[in-house]
Design a protein around this ligand. Structure first.
Ligand SMILES: Cc1cc2nc3c(=O)[nH]c(=O)nc-3n(C[C@H](O)[C@H](O)[C@H](O)COP(=O)(O)OP(=O)(O)OC[C@H]3O[C@@H](n4cnc5c(N)ncnc54)[C@H](O)[C@@H]3O)c2cc1C
Length: 396
């Protein structure tokens, strides 16, 4: 049906090698200490997968909040859109680096694994959500797994710094064999990810890409406060120096001083990929499914207040231009664009300069548009590191 295969409930489904990999256990000799900084989705998932594959290892998570997975409860409007089964092209920055990692633990493997730990799922178009329609299920089942596997959890304990073999937190110093940094970026600091990690990484000589808010509302130069609170189904063209860069269909929401809505959030991802010196404008078609409409007919298509705003300002219903001024700040952003430069890690996400340190999730300069792609990166990058902690996975 369209892009979707309907598989009858009662047929035997194929078991592929990729599924078998999900339960692989590596033949370790001896105990090693694995420390994960950050108890968000990437850190928790890495801890679970490492402990499953290396049962003799001691795996600990250090989280500054008073509970794990604090941000997950807020995702997808409380429903947690944890992956996307659609096309991955043109969704992430650094595609050449990101897509091989995502493709090796794609939405297929994620849903297989989630079902195994009791997170049933459903697809809404290509967006994947827990069947229960609440992020609490995801947090509950992952927390349950953390308990079952006896992963050591240190709450309200922040990383202050680290050396080649020990982690210093706000409370103590702990030895490690492997350190995994999963501290997130700067978006939504109210959930813990305040970007304090970046001053630590700078001290360690890492190159950073200045983090910017992404998937957030934008401020525009035009005065839109008269239409604040109005919503419209629109087609939006992102113009960079007058040239079409990206097109989105979706809902637009007017704020007091700018624009919001998923279509605008997605645009911020593409704006962030541009040089900020360029002229950035947003051309809105408020009636993309209709041909010529004269100004006296606008009111037949739009909220009367919006129709009056367009006619009063002599704006074209098919081509209303707004000029980008700035992003809303980090507390309003779902992700940060920027972070640890990908040139600092290899394709297994291991640091090139500190041999037992790896980076996963949003702390890296990887971000995507809305639709489950960001959590998918958090999960796939965690899986990648769990496969390659020692030499066992030998994945490339
Ligand atoms: C409102 C909202 C809705 C979203 N909805 C979706 C969605 O539906 N689908 C989607 O794909 N993405 C969504 N995202 C984005 C997604 O949540 C993130 O990309 C993802 O959570 C990143 O995971 P992470 O583990 O890398 O970082 P985080 O989830 O940010 O976790 C990092 C953790 O590290 C901790 N930490 C930071 N510094 C330290 C330190 N020094 N010591 C100890 N702990 C530290 C933080 O407290 C935090 O708990 C949403 C984000 C927001 C804010």
């Amino acid at each position: 049906m369209g892009k979707t295969w309907i598989i009858p409930e009662n047929v035997t489904k194929p078991i592929t090698e990729r599924v078998n990999n999900i339960v692989e256990i590596y033949p370790d000799k001896g105990i090693k200490n694995v420390i994960i900084v950050g108890g968000g989705i990437s850190g928790v998932f890495a801890a679970i997968r490492i402990k499953e594959k290396h049962p003799s290892y001691k795996v600990s998570i250090f989280e500054k909040n008073n509970k794990l997975l604090r941000k997950i409860y807020a995702t997808g409007n409380g429903r947690c859109n944890f992956a996307n089964q659609g096309n991955l092209k043109n969704k992430y920055n650094h595609e050449g680096f990101v897509l091989p990692i995502i493709e090796s633990f794609s939405s297929f493997e994620i849903t297989q694994y989630f079902e195994r730990i009791g997170i049933k799922y459903k697809a809404v178009n290509d967006l994947l959500y827990p069947l229960s329609d609440t992020a609490e299920t995801v947090a509950l089942m992952l927390n349950k797994k953390v308990d079952q596997l006896k992963i050591e959890v240190h709450l309200e304990e922040s990383m202050i710094d680290y050396s080649s073999s020990s982690l210093t937190t706000s409370k103590k110093t702990y030895p490690f064999d492997y350190l995994i940094i999963a501290s997130g970026g700067k978006a939504s600091p109210q959930y813990g990810s305040d970007g304090n990690i970046f001053s630590i990484l700078k001290k360690h000589g890492y190159s950073l890409i200045d983090p910017k808010p992404s998937l957030c509302p934008i401020k525009v130069k035009e005065n839109v406060n008269l239409v604040e609170g109005l919503r419209a189904k629109v087609r939006i063209n992102l113009l960079i120096d007058g040239k079409l860069k990206h097109q989105e269909d979706g809902e637009l929401l007017f704020k007091k001083d700018g624009l919001s809505g998923i279509a605008i959030f997605n645009l911020t991802h593409f704006i962030n990929m541009e040089n900020t010196q360029k002229r950035i404008s947003i051309c809105v078609d408020f009636a993309p499914d209709y041909d010529e409409i004269s100004p006296d007919q606008y009111v037949q298509f739009l909220h009367p207040r919006l129709a009056a705003y367009l006619t009063k300002n002599h704006l074209d219903i098919h081509k209303t231009i707004f000029t980008f001024k700035s992003f809303y700040d980090f507390p309003n952003a779902q992700v940060s664009a920027g972070g640890l430069s990908i040139i600092e890690v290899n394709e297994l996400l291991k640091s090139k300069k500190e041999k037992n340190v790896s980076f996963i999730g949003e702390v890296l300069d990887v971000d995507a548009i809305c639709g489950g792609f960001n959590i998918m990166w958090a999960l796939a990058s965690a899986e990648k590191v769990s496969n390659n902690l020692d030499d066992y996975g030998k994945e490339k």
